[in-house]
Design a protein around this ligand. Structure first.
Ligand code: CA
Length: 314
């Protein structure tokens, strides 16, 4: 999840390198576009929570007070100093026990730089770590006059990520865009439909409906799996008993893989006393196929210990 983001600022090349060294099977890229249409790896469409943009380009904020990557050329984005995620209103780190803010030197990577890094590390280590790019906010990009999916698919194809046998998954929250990527843009690789909460207004998609049997059937017509929030799989504990929804079972019945997000050692749900307990609940009881975690090393260690015969898959 965003590289080894529990240990280094999210989506920086050092965080990617560390996740690779930790043995992650796939490394995630959240992808947005610069003003000059270059895909860059950044989680949010605005960048004031991970960089010094407010200090370097104070006059470039929009009326809502935010600084949008799409208003900056790649050359400008490259001038920014990147740091551990913080709250721009207070200047305080979101996860206080993580990498210290404003320490060392980090920058925004392009998608291409990151793919080159992972492929280079695969060559030098003999590993075959995959990539897991997410198309961020396609409807918002369209309102800025940009077709992010078409551009990102072009870069992925140039680096050999095209078909279901290539080591990657493409992910997106926006169901209209997932359908468009498959049917209009002719995408042949594996695709994961992310499932958010309607209250987050992540896209126009109705996620409550998506989690019904009929909603999942529609997803299965275009996608290879789902990426639900952890609380859509395990809702909590009642009278000492874990409450596991039917989502994984229903998805598996349709042939969909299930990769929930996000597992964080420093933001555990009330029902788990440790990250390992949460992994255990999800992999052994809820039977998920993979997870997004900020602590890739602990995910890998868990799977090696629990599934020594089949993990890592060859
Ligand atoms: Ca993501």
């Amino acid at each position: 999840h965003r590289g080894a983001s529990g240990y280094l600022p999210e989506h920086t090349l050092p965080a990617v390198t560390l996740a690779h060294a930790m043995g992650a099977d796939y490394i995630e890229q959240d992808v947005i576009l610069s003003k000059d249409d270059v895909p860059v790896v950044v989680h949010d469409i605005s960048i004031e929570s991970i960089s010094d943009v407010a200090k370097r380009f104070p006059e470039r904020k929009r009326a809502d007070g935010r600084f949008y990557a799409v208003d900056f050329t790649l050359a400008e984005l490259k001038q920014l100093r990147v740091t551990e995620r913080f709250n721009p209103a207070t200047g305080k780190a979101i996860y206080p026990n993580r990498f210290p803010i404003w320490q060392s030197a980090f920058a925004i990577p392009t998608l291409e730089e990151e793919l080159q890094l992972i492929q280079g590390l695969n060559k030098t280590t003999g590993r075959s770590t995959g990539v897991y790019p997410e198309i961020k906010a396609p409807a918002w990009h369209r309102r800025q006059g940009k077709d992010i999916s078409r551009i990102v698919l072009g870069v992925l194809a140039r680096y050999g990520y095209r078909t279901r046998s290539d080591a990657f998954y493409l992910q997106c929250f926006d169901f209209d865009e997932v359908k468009r990527i498959r049917r209009e843009l002719g995408f042949q690789g594996r695709m994961i439909q992310l499932i958010g909460a309607n209250s987050d207004a992540e896209s126009a998609t109705d996620y409550d409906r998506m989690r019904t049997r009929q909603g999942l059937e529609e997803v299965a017509a275009v996608a290879d799996g789902i990426g639900p929030a952890t609380n859509q799989v395990v809702t909590g504990k009642r009278e000492g008993k874990l409450q596991i929804t039917d989502l994984v079972k229903n998805a598996h019945a349709l042939g969909l893989e299930v990769h929930p997000y996000t597992f964080r050692a420093d933001a555990l749900p009330a029902y788990a006393a440790s990250l390992e307990e949460q992994f255990s609940i999800f992999f052994l009881e809820a039977q998920v196929d993979g997870v997004f975690t900020d602590q890739a090393d602990r995910g890998v260690a868990f799977l090696r210990a629990k599934f020594p015969a089949t993990y890592p898959a060859k």
